[in-house]
Design a binder for this molecule. Structure first.
Ligand code: PMP
Ligand code: GLN
Length: 378
């Protein structure tokens, strides 16, 4: 077979989770909680399955859920979006990202991706016949706007951003968003904003959602995921908010990619949002506690803890522990120490070794204690 993606192998998340399992290591690699979703949410899924809500729902999403997404958008960001024409429920954020790219990016276009970047963007761009243009983030993982400007050409059609940022845990500021808005409007670009960690932001900071920037929002696809918000990564329900004209194009892809997303889970999520909005309102506090718990547990270790302002990932620098490359170190730590992590180098187009690995702290305190005990011995 002549591969369309010859350089793509198995994702690092699958690789490291498998390695963790083989070696019976604590799995702080792939990002998923080791605790369960809310009992009410699970009960509603069972309820709807037993009630017979088991057939296709409307292609654009279960109406009660799109209505709740619109309401949440109003409450969180004071933006009113029309559930019918601006909200689409997708099979995870992954589908929304893929569909948004394929909806507007044409063969020959260039799409800006900031490295380290989540792994699904690049192949989706290339499968659309376009060229990903990888721009490294600055040393503190902020966007270097001068460098961005150097890479904007007449072929650039889209910029992809992700805040709070996986894997670095940084967040974009209001000033960053204004800078982006300027470029997107001046160059008539599309913005694809990956906001799956929108409710996981710390230290009292406000998430600078594109929903807060009216002019920018007119040219943007905003993507989120209930997997992150409700501790249910295996359910793969996400959504995309975009203006009506962009949503029309997005749905042309979505209707042939998946058509619709699992009906009883959408109905249950609608109930959860209606009955328990405090769940996502309290998520910053919930995860901040876990972040601090992990950081405190590692405070006397040989690892340097980088700042973490959002997501459920903590970057640690291991240069005092080892000289290995990030990939080698992550493998060694899984096999020999019993703690699995994710190397950061895999999220760069250009090999970049910074002696950094990512630890997921969406874990019970017991898991964090056990991992920290092992890491503190290094
Ligand atoms: N974007 C980012 C930055 C992510 O971390 C993830 C989850 N791993 C996704 C997108 C995909 O989300 P989902 O599981 O809902 O497809
Ligand atoms: N987003 C998750 C992470 O960053 C992994 C998702 C996946 O396994 N594809 O760990």
């Amino acid at each position: 077979v002549e591969s369309k993606l010859p350089d793509v192998g198995t994702t690092i998340f699958t690789t490291m989770s498998q390695l963790a399992q083989q070696h019976n290591a604590l799995n702080l690699s792939q990002g998923f909680p080791d605790f369960d979703g809310h009992p009410y949410l699970k009960q509603r899924v069972t309820h709807y399955i037993e009630q017979g809500l088991n057939q296709y729902c409307p292609m654009s999403g279960y109406p009660a859920l799109t209505a709740q997404i619109a309401l949440k958008t109003q409450q969180c960001y004071q933006r009113s979006v029309d559930a019918a024409s601006e909200v689409t429920v997708t099979s995870g954020a992954t589908e929304a990202l893929f569909a948004a790219i394929h909806a507007v990016v044409k063969a020959g276009d260039e799409v800006i991706v900031f490295d380290p970047a989540y792994d699904s963007y690049d192949p989706a761009i290339r499968l659309a016949g376009a060229t990903p243009v990888h721009i490294p983030l600055a040393e503190d993982f902020s966007i270097d706007f001068a460098l961005l400007d150097k890479h904007l050409t007449h072929k650039t059609s889209m910029i992809i951003i992700n805040s709070p940022h996986n894997p670095t845990g940084t967040v974009l500021s209001k000033a960053d968003m204004q800078q982006l808005e300027q470029r997107v409007i001046a160059e008539k670009l599309y913005l694809l904003s990956d906001e799956v960690y929108e409710h996981i932001i710390f230290d009292g900071e406000q998430h600078q959602s594109v929903n807060r920037f009216a002019e920018l929002a007119k040219r943007s696809f905003i993507v989120s995921s209930f997997g992150k918000t409700f501790h249910t990564t295996g359910w793969k329900v996400g959504y995309c908010i975009a203006p009506p004209a962009l949503t029309v194009e997005l749905r042309k892809v979505h209707q042939y990619l998946t058509f619709c997303t699992v009906t009883p889970i959408q109905a249950a999520l609608a109930d959860m949002l209606a009955q328990h909005p405090e769940h996502y309102q309290q998520l910053p506090e919930f995860y901040q506690q876990k972040r601090d718990y992990l950081r405190n547990a590692l405070v006397d270790s040989a690892f340097e803890l980088l700042p973490c302002k959002g997501t459920y990932f903590q970057l640690v620098r291991y240069n005092k522990v080892s000289n290995k490359s990030e990939l080698e170190f992550a493998r060694w730590m899984t096999e020999q120490v019993g703690v699995a992590s994710i190397p950061i180098s895999v999220f760069y187009k250009q090999l970049t070794e910074q002696h950094l690995v990512r630890l997921c702290f969406a874990k019970n305190e017991q898991t964090i204690d056990q991992a920290a005990e092992k890491l503190c011995q290094l």
